[in-house]
Design a binder for this molecule. Structure first.
Ligand SMILES: [Zn+2]
Length: 93
């Protein structure tokens, strides 16, 4: 609810009991809600940054594996024994 639209919809000269107090409460609640939203946005931005750094660090890490039990993705033979594919660096995803 937009409090400004609400106030504009009230005919001029109309007297409403407790209107002032209600409007103060509405504006106060709205201010709290905006403050909370801003705080949550900052937390999400920090989380996103930290998780992105962690993802990049983990992606750059080497992966340990047993070559005798690892199958070549090109020729489907064990890498350490029967694979005759060129020995170029490869990426395990
Ligand atoms: Zn191979």
């Amino acid at each position: 609810m937009d409090p400004i639209k609400l106030v504009k919809s009230i005919p001029s000269g109309t007297k409403i009991e407790g209107l002032r107090e209600s409007l103060i409460k509405i504006f106060y609640d709205h201010e709290i809600q905006m403050s909370l939203s801003a705080g949550v946005a900052k937390i999400f931005a920090t989380d996103l940054s930290n998780l992105s750094k962690r993802l990049r660090t983990n992606q750059k890490r080497g992966v340990s594996f047993d070559a005798s039990e690892t199958i070549c993705s090109v020729c489907k033979e064990p890498i350490s024994i029967d694979c005759k594919c060129p020995r170029e660096p490869f990426l395990i995803i």
